[in-house]
Design a protein around this ligand. Structure first.
Ligand SMILES: Cc1cc2nc3c(=O)[nH]c(=O)nc-3n(C[C@H](O)[C@H](O)[C@H](O)COP(=O)(O)OP(=O)(O)OC[C@H]3O[C@@H](n4cnc5c(N)ncnc54)[C@H](O)[C@@H]3O)c2cc1C
Length: 370
């Protein structure tokens, strides 16, 4: 999230200090999966429209970034296959097909939620996984998290406007300065807080002694584990999604598998038998993966805001502090648009996004401004 904001700040000629406790993309964004999964096409309200537009505009954003840097982001609109294990899911999928026909349109482009009787590729998706059929969604895509963040970093490398400082943790915020772990204070005109799960504590303490205390935290960390397999599969294969299991084919013969979703954990970065369970399920679901070797196991912490939606925009009592976090499970498809909204707040412009995405909304939910 912060990297997109830095790249866009550089393009707008805004003098920026990009500060990270470790180094950019060392948090959840340094992972393996990179699925860009649309919400269901039914009940297509403001939030789904925002995500749909973001999934479409990401194509141009990636194209521009790749042209600027000469690096690939590992992006592809590969689509998604969802096996239907139970008969009652079939009429629901058929209805969603009509919803997609109505709402998944961008100019003269249409995207489908298509009901299939059989697996489109028996090697990639086990035919028995969908006794009631399969959905093929043509809007879903994937991006390589590490390739994308490397391209974003390359775009600001040597920048005239963006200076990068790694290994400096912000421990608290004042109205016009960030206080570092070293005790040093760094003054700012505006500050964008895109510290992933570290954002919530910084934003909660803002407002000083006079602030009404929150009755619950502004957000939490949800652990996820994922794995990368080496397999001789076509990188254009669709994402497979079944009951929380994602199988994502990437370039270079790599397939990512994820993810656990853990509210309680002792160690945020270790992997365990839950991941082995997911790998076993993936091998069962996709015959092509049966003998694929595991080349990496990885875990990270997703930033989940108190009301689950992204948390973006100015603090109501301190407009120079702007949140850009809470992407939870869908950050990669939204970050470029959310960064636009955060930068708009810098010049006091209203944000072009649903109200439930604003920091003000989340503060209300957390009790501060009830
Ligand atoms: C296993 C797993 C699978 C996932 N799969 C997908 C997926 O398929 N698609 C998708 O869209 N999303 C997915 N996600 C979610 C996605 O990865 C996250 O929502 C996203 O990476 C969050 O990005 P961020 O920039 O908000 O935070 P991060 O990437 O965590 O970045 C925060 C940065 O802030 C720095 N920082 C933290 N605290 C401080 C501080 N106090 N001072 C200075 N710097 C600080 C950190 O060092 C870090 O570099 C997945 C997450 C996990 C864990």
């Amino acid at each position: 999230m912060g990297l997109w904001a830095a790249v866009k700040a550089e393009r707008q000629g805004i003098r920026t200090l990009l500060l990270d406790a470790v180094r950019p993309a060392s948090g959840a964004s340094g992972g393996l999966l990179g699925a860009l999964m649309p919400h269901m096409p039914d009940r297509f309200g403001e939030k789904k429209k925002f995500q749909f537009d973001a999934l479409i505009t990401l194509e141009d954003e990636v194209r521009r970034l790749e042209a600027e840097t000469g690096l690939s982001c590992g992006y592809r609109r590969c689509g998604r296959i969802i096996p239907l294990p139970k008969p009652h899911l079939r009429p629901i999928a058929a209805r969603h097909g009509l919803d997609a026909a109505e709402h998944w349109r961008a100019g003269d482009r249409h995207f489908a939620w298509r009901l299939l009787d059989a697996s489109p590729d028996a090697g990639w998706v086990q035919p028995q996984a969908g006794p009631a059929g399969f959905v093929h969604d043509t809007l879903a895509a994937r991006v390589s998290p590490r390739a994308l963040t490397a391209a974003l970093l390359a775009a600001i490398h040597g920048s005239h406007y963006v200076q990068r400082v790694d290994g400096q943790r912000v421990v608290s915020l004042e109205r016009d300065a960030a206080v570092l772990q070293t005790g040093e204070r760094i003054g700012f005109g505006h500050i964008i807080i895109a510290a992933g799960t570290g954002s919530f504590a910084l934003l909660e303490r803002l407002g000083g002694a006079g602030a009404v205390p929150l009755v619950r935290p502004l957000g939490s960390a949800v652990k996820g584990q994922a794995a990368l397999l080496k397999a001789d599969v076509d990188p254009g294969r669709p994402v497979i999604f079944l009951n929380g299991l994602y199988v994502v084919a990437h370039e270079g013969g790599h397939v990512a598998i994820g993810s656990t979703s853990e509210d309680r954990f002792e160690d945020g970065v270790s992997t365990d038998e839950q991941l082995e369970g997911l790998i076993a399920r993936a091998r069962e679901l996709s015959p092509d993966l049966q003998v694929a070797s595991v080349v990496e196991r990885w875990a990270g912490l997703r930033p989940k805001a108190v009301d689950r939606d992204p948390m973006v925009g100015p603090h109501p009592d301190c407009a120079q502090v702007i949140a850009l976090t809470g992407g939870f499970k869908v950050s990669f498809g939204l970050a470029h648009r959310l960064a636009d909204a955060a930068l708009a707040a810098l010049s006091g412009q209203p944000a072009d996004m649903p109200r439930s995405f604003t920091l003000s909304h989340h503060l209300e939910v957390a009790g501060m401004r009830a």
